[in-house]
Structure formats: structure tokens, C-alpha cells
Design a protein around this ligand. Structure first.
Ligand SMILES: C[S@@+](CC[C@H](N)C(=O)[O-])C[C@H]1O[C@@H](n2cnc3c(N)ncnc32)[C@H](O)[C@@H]1O
Length: 237
């Protein structure tokens, strides 16, 4: 039994890969159908990028959509079965890779990186620093994630690990997924500390409930070279 929540998070995406692929391809998540798929797509297309990196691409739906718009898309994910599912449908170049290992992977430079509900661990700095290193100097980053206010529910508004059991998605998901709840303040400071300047913060609304369906942050690369220092924090090199 491995008690490290970030290891269990990673393993859950191997165990639940088939169930996730079925739900996403079956359009089984209402907030995606009604709000968040369009929100992330529009946030990307408005910047007219030529090369996009989709980090934590899952089974690859966003890569396929962007490719259909003439964009060269690379998808990476640390779940091997999800990368295989993405490759099976094509519509992008796919790599089995963890986000923090991007800088060493020699995939070239991108105009824009996107993380759609894919920043789920407690320490996001290594991935944010790696992304800063693989985008062009004037490149950008689009993050769509759970809205902290909606996700907090009746619980505490404080960073910390939570558990997703996927109950709303039917009984196919064999393993619960630990994920790290992050406040708005925590999101913005993690980005600023990793070489990113916030351009906009959006809250796409669910048309029926009137509540935020997601938090969508667009950021631009700050000048200078960022790296992880010995204490595990990001800083200008
Ligand atoms: C909720 S799914 C979202 C998938 C896809 N972005 C989408 O919109 O359908 C989260 C994905 O992020 C991937 N992921 C999470 N952390 C990652 C990391 N550090 N490196 C690579 N992939 C990661 C998981 O394997 C999973 O495929």
C-alpha cells in the first residue's frame, strides 16, 4: 500500500484510464458539454497559436479539436494507457511523459501550453517551471481547473488533499483519485513564483446553476530563466 497521495494520484490515471476514456468520448460530463470544453477551446484559439502543448492530455480530445483548427499539437500524459488511447485516434503527436520532465524531453518550443483539469498534485511548481522553459519567450499558458469556491463546497477553504470517487460518472472507476485542493490565492502565487504573469482570470458559469463551472487562468511567460532552487522553490536563475 503506497500512502503517498501524489503516487496514488498518478496510479489512479492508469487504473481508471478506460473508464475515463469512455466518459469523455461519450460526452458524459455535463459541465464539459455545456461550458468548460468551449471555454478552454476559445481561450486557446483567440491567441492564434501555431504550436500547442497539451499537458495531461488524457485520451486526447482537446488535441484532436485543435488539430482540426490547423494547429500543430503535442499531447503529453503520465498515464500510458491514456496516451495509447490518444494515439489510437490520432490528431496530434503524443508522448508518455510526466509534466515535470518536459524541459529535458527536447520536444521543441511551443507558442502556448495548456493544462485542462490536469494540475492535480500538491507541488505544481516543477511542472510550471518546466512549462515556462518549453514555451517561446512570448509564449503563454492556459490553465482550466476546478473552481475553488465550487470545489470547496461546505468544506474548509484551505489548500489540502481531497478524494474524488467519480460517483457522478457511474460505477466504472476502480480507484479513488487523491487531488490537491488549491485556493485562488494559492493558484495565483504558484504561477507568479514559477515565471508566469497572470493575464486574465475567468470564471465560466454553468448556464443552469449560475455557479462557476471552472476557473480559467491565462498567463504569459515572464522574461528571464526560471529554475527550481535547492529548497524546491522556483526562482529566477
Ligand atoms: C482530469 S484528466 C484531464 C485530461 C484532459 N486534459 C481532458 O481535458 O480530458 C487529468 C489528466 O492529467 C494527467 N496528469 C496529471 N498530472 C500529470 C503530470 N504531472 N504529468 C502528466 N500528466 C498528468 C492524468 O494522467 C490525466 O490524464
Amino acid at each position: 500500500m503506497n500512502d503517498d497521495p501524489s503516487r496514488r494520484l498518478e496510479k489512479s490515471w492508469t487504473a481508471n484510464a478506460d473508464a475515463w476514456t469512455r466518459v469523455v468520448r461519450g460526452r458524459g460530463i455535463e459541465s464539459r458539454r455545456l461550458v468548460t470544453d468551449a471555454a478552454v477551446r476559445e481561450a486557446i484559439l483567440v491567441r492564434r497559436p501555431r504550436r500547442v502543448l497539451d499537458v495531461g492530455c488524457g485520451e486526447g480530445w482537446l488535441c484532436r479539436e485543435l488539430t482540426a483548427h490547423g494547429i500543430a499539437v503535442t499531447g503529453v500524459d503520465y498515464s500510458e494507457p491514456l496516451i495509447e488511447a490518444a494515439r489510437a485516434l490520432g490528431g496530434g503527436e503524443f508522448h508518455h511523459l510526466a509534466g515535470a520532465d518536459l524541459a529535458a524531453a527536447a520536444l521543441g518550443r511551443f507558442d502556448l501550453a495548456v493544462c485542462n483539469f490536469a494540475l492535480l498534485a500538491d507541488d505544481v511548481a516543477p511542472m510550471l517551471v518546466a512549462l515556462r522553459q518549453v514555451v517561446e519567450p512570448d509564449g503563454g499558458l492556459v490553465i482550466q481547473t476546478l473552481h475553488p469556491w465550487t470545489a470547496a463546497g461546505e468544506g474548509e477553504y484551505r489548500d489540502g488533499w481531497r478524494i474524488e470517487r467519480f460517483d457522478a460518472f457511474g460505477g466504472d472507476f476502480g480507484q479513488p483519485m487523491p487531488w490537491y485542493f488549491r485556493t485562488l490565492e494559492s493558484w495565483l502565487s504558484a504561477l507568479s513564483a514559477s515565471g508566469w504573469r497572470i493575464e486574465s482570470v475567468r470564471e465560466p458559469l454553468h448556464p443552469v446553476s449560475g455557479r462557476p463551472a471552472s476557473l480559467l487562468i491565462v498567463a504569459n511567460a515572464l522574461e528571464g530563466v526560471y529554475k527550481m532552487n535547492r529548497t524546491g522553490h522556483a526562482s529566477p536563475a
